[in-house]
Design a protein around this ligand. Structure first.
Ligand SMILES: *[C@@H]1O[C@H](CO)[C@@H](O)[C@H](O)[C@H]1NC(C)=O
Ligand SMILES: *[C@@H]1O[C@H](CO)[C@@H](O)[C@H](O)[C@H]1NC(C)=O
Ligand SMILES: *[C@@H]1O[C@H](CO)[C@@H](O)[C@H](O)[C@H]1NC(C)=O
Ligand SMILES: *[C@@H]1O[C@H](CO)[C@@H](O)[C@H](O)[C@H]1NC(C)=O
Ligand SMILES: *[C@@H]1O[C@H](CO)[C@@H](O)[C@H](O)[C@H]1NC(C)=O
Ligand SMILES: *[C@@H]1O[C@H](CO)[C@@H](O)[C@H](O)[C@H]1NC(C)=O
Ligand SMILES: *[C@@H]1O[C@H](CO)[C@@H](O)[C@H](O)[C@H]1NC(C)=O
Length: 485
């Protein structure tokens, strides 16, 4: 069985000229929010931009996910644009154990005794703690407000955190914009094959049938060719690998590397050029398949050449890549290790492949998964239900003030909230959108559905704020306002 540990993609997508500015700050954060037997703290990094901030206006708080927070700050232009319009304070908080926020410095990843403090629950508590501090820092007590209203924003795993922050800690945030947040990608909620089915459907419809069929055929052929030493060298040469594959483990690594790239290309299939850790043209799925289709003879070695040709769009768009390192798909800034640990503990997301998709068949086998986790981290997932017990699964109708948005070209929409739950937990669909496209800055190539989603967010946020300010009126004003209604 093949274990697919997928990382979330996020787009380092900004026209090279745009570079959002901010001030870097740190807060002393309790290492363990759920125990009173230790006082150990660490420095949690957060970024602040107060250029647009006006008195009594809201805080827009990005709940950082699995990577360096400055990357998220550079890639969430929508928050900057909306802050300029609404006078908001911008804050981007770094998730513990990612980027520079390493509670045990360089030792953070060396032992389960340290890594044990990496969890979504601890991260949410960090954000609550930081928000409380920010509200004290930025509120003007001479005015009527006791505290500033806070809106949580997040994309991907960060979107899950934004939603859960509102669900679990409604005192902290008055609402949440959760973009491409697969809060239902958990045990027993959706079939494990849905994710890879979406990837395949997108390749078929926006790339080509031949493209998807070729990839489907490639797994057996690659295994067959790499069965011999000469074949291993040939394949390594065709893919221009930095280091020739030699062992069976290397073959698995190569196949995983290919799978992850196919997923990544689909996830960031934006209509304009971007840099998702690697620079890419607009419509990368189409470009990838055109490259692949341009090789006419697609069998045996010819098929490997076709795939290598297609891959160039992802691995070598700038034409400056010397060779390909199959241990790296997403670049150095993505905390892949940290995420692998989380997916072995509190973020267990069952994934599998069947005959209905272009990937090599693989079943979801929890016991096998657990064994692999133990091998890698000396830690096992307690059981598959952990994320549901901790965050509620589909039972979220008691929540309020959350917008879940999902691009339907995004494989993570498989685990997204794609229907309205109530009049206050809303879902907005972006039929032609990839991974959290709505959090990106406006672009001339934006489609109508991107714009509609952003307008929807703005309207909901204004509604939440109206209610907040109304409730915050001093008693007399409140009574007179109520009487007027
Ligand atoms: C906040 O972001 C805006 C937009 O990029 C920028 O003009 C401004 O200089 C930034 N402010 C700070 C304090 O960096
Ligand atoms: C934590 O800090 C408080 C206040 O400084 C102190 O009274 C207490 O003894 C400390 N607890 C531990 C376990 O160190
Ligand atoms: C951690 O590792 C980095 C990179 O290897 C190094 O530059 C830095 O000095 C190390 N920090 C500590 C506290 O050892
Ligand atoms: C706080 O509000 C008071 C009353 O509106 C105002 O006079 C004062 O300048 C404000 N303080 C700051 C630091 O903005
Ligand atoms: C593998 O390659 C050998 C030699 O070309 C061929 O006989 C065999 O049918 C191939 N097997 C598969 C599964 O493609
Ligand atoms: C990247 O593209 C350049 C220019 O086309 C080419 O010379 C080089 O071999 C390519 N490198 C890889 C690893 O594909
Ligand atoms: C949810 O309701 C809103 C209107 O409040 C609507 O615009 C949106 O399309 C609905 N979402 C879905 C998935 O039906």
């Amino acid at each position: 069985m093949k274990i697919i540990i997928l990382i979330f993609g996020f787009s380092v997508v900004f026209c090279e000229e745009i570079h959002y500015g901010f001030v870097t700050k740190y807060i002393d954060m309790p290492l363990d929010h759920f125990s009173f037997t230790t006082n150990t703290t660490f420095k949690l990094r957060y970024l602040v931009n107060d250029t647009y901030f006006a008195e009594d206006k809201p805080i827009f708080f990005y709940t950082g996910n699995e990577g360096d927070i400055s990357m998220f700050a550079q890639n969430t232009g929508f928050m900057f644009e909306l802050a300029a319009k609404m006078g908001a304070l911008l804050v981007f908080a770094e998730h513990r154990f990612y980027g520079e926020t390493l509670p045990f410095g360089n030792n953070s990843y060396t032992s389960p005794k340290y890594l044990g403090y990496l969890s979504a629950q601890q991260a949410l508590a960090d954000y609550v703690y930081l928000i409380n501090d920010l509200q004290k820092q930025y509120v003007n007590k001479s005015n009527s407000l006791e505290k500033l209203p806070v809106i949580a924003f997040g994309g991907s795993y960060g979107g899950m955190l934004a939603a859960w922050l509102r669900i679990r800690y409604p005192y902290s945030v008055i609402g949440a914009i959760a973009s491409s947040a697969p809060v239902w990608q958990f045990h027993g909620i959706i079939p494990c094959e849905n994710f890879n089915k979406i990837v395949t459907d997108v390749v078929r419809s926006l790339g080509s049938e031949i493209c998807a069929d070729t990839i489907r055929k490639s797994w057996n052929i690659l295994r067959n060719i790499t069965a011999t030493d000469k074949g291993k060298i040939d394949v390594s040469t065709t893919f221009q690998l930095c280091k020739n594959i030699q062992t069976n483990d290397d073959i698995e690594t190569l196949l995983n590397w290919l799978s992850e790239i196919y997923v990544d290309i689909v996830m960031v299939n934006y209509p304009y050029p971007t840099s998702f850790l690697v620079p890419l043209p607009g419509h990368p799925v189409r470009e990838f398949c055109e490259g692949l289709d341009s090789v006419k003879y697609k069998d045996g070695v010819g098929l490997v050449e076709a795939i290598a040709k297609g891959l160039q769009i992802y691995t070598n768009y700038t034409g400056t890549t010397k060779c390909n390192d199959i241990l790296q798909t997403a670049g150095p800034n993505l905390g892949e290790n940290g995420w692998n640990f989380q997916s072995c503990t509190d973020m267990i997301m069952p994934m599998c492949s069947t005959d209905t998709d272009m990937f090599e068949n693989s079943a979801w086998d929890f016991q096998q998964f657990s064994d692999d986790c133990y091998k890698q981290f000396s830690v096992r997932p307690r059981n598959e239900e952990v994320p549901i017990l901790e965050f509620g699964g589909t039972e979220i109708e008691t929540a309020s003030n959350i917008v879940f948005s999902n691009g339907l070209l995004d494989p993570w929409s498989s685990g997204g909230v794609i229907k309205n739950i109530s009049s206050q937990v809303l879902s907005i669909l972006i039929p032609d959108g990839a991974h959290h496209v709505d959090l990106r800055a406006a672009n001339p190539l934006d489609t109508e559905s991107f714009k509609t989603a952003r307008q929807f967010h703005e309207k909901q946020i204004n509604k939440w704020l109206d209610k907040f300010y109304f409730k915050s009126l001093p008693l007399e004003a409140y009574v007179s306002t109520v009487n007027k209604i």
